[in-house]
Design a protein around this ligand. Structure first.
Ligand SMILES: C[S@@+](CC[C@H](N)C(=O)[O-])C[C@H]1O[C@@H](n2cnc3c(N)ncnc32)[C@H](O)[C@@H]1O
Length: 217
């Protein structure tokens, strides 16, 4: 029987969609050169817009994908070319892609305060375990599926700077009217410890795909 081909970003994209436009919207707004993506699985979309991305996952399929020589680089370069066709694609620097096959709850070989964007999407308690890698005034992109977006909303050292919406593969940032987001549906919102214990975010009156927070120091 023929073996199923190993999954790649292209095959993963068929199930989750392409988030490239999310990261180009972020870099259009803020000068992000370096990002850290714990629990990335096969989502290579940050590398279509951000020069230097460090990916971390403890799933062996992710390790196999990222260890295939040239494959992530060529998938990212192809997608960057598709995005910028007709806009001087040749001027774009080759992406720098680093992968650590690691558990992000243990110390990572990443310098403290070195990343300008920490990505937490559907991958558990990334903020609590990886906040030390975020640069001063750095950005956290988080959704609420495992609680990070809701924990961040209650962090005194983070401020909400954008809400992320999407329709299919088209992502856009909402930068105004931010006070209308992150209002709990139920009157008495759970506290941070309850969110951590449950590993689930709070339902809000106005839904968004994710939120972008900036460290205030
Ligand atoms: C549901 S997938 C989400 C993947 C990607 N973030 C996305 O949004 O498409 C969660 C990924 O997080 C990884 N993960 C969960 N906990 C982890 C940990 N402690 N260390 C490293 N990877 C982890 C899993 O292996 C899995 O690949």
């Amino acid at each position: 029987m023929a073996q199923k081909p190993a999954p790649t970003w292209a095959s993963y994209r068929d199930s989750i969609g392409d988030r490239s436009s999310l990261f180009s919207a972020i870099t259009d707004q803020w000068p992000v050169e370096r990002a850290l993506y714990p629990g990335c699985y096969l989502d290579l979309s940050p590398s279509t817009a951000i020069h230097d991305v460090t990916y971390v996952d403890n799933d062996r399929r992710a390790a196999t994908y990222f260890a295939t020589p040239g494959l992530p680089e060529s998938e990212a370069a192809r997608a960057r070319g598709d995005q910028t066709r007709g806009e001087g694609a040749s001027a774009i620097e080759a992406p720098r892609i680093t992968f650590h096959p690691a558990d992000y709850t243990s110390p990572l070989p990443v310098p403290p305060h070195s990343t300008e964007l920490l990505i937490s999407l559907y991958a558990g308690p990334v903020w609590d375990n990886c906040r030390q890698y975020l640069a001063p005034r750095g950005l956290l992109l988080a959704n609420t599926s495992h609680g990070d977006g809701s924990i961040a909303a209650l962090e005194p050292d983070l401020e909400l700077v954008a809400a992320v919406h999407h329709s299919g593969d088209r992502y856009r940032l909402r930068l105004t009217d931010l006070q209308s987001y992150l209002i709990p549906k139920s009157g008495a919102a759970p506290d941070v410890d309850t969110i951590r214990r449950n590993g689930r975010g709070i339902p809000y009156t106005r839904a968004a795909f994710a939120y972008i927070f900036r460290a205030t120091s």
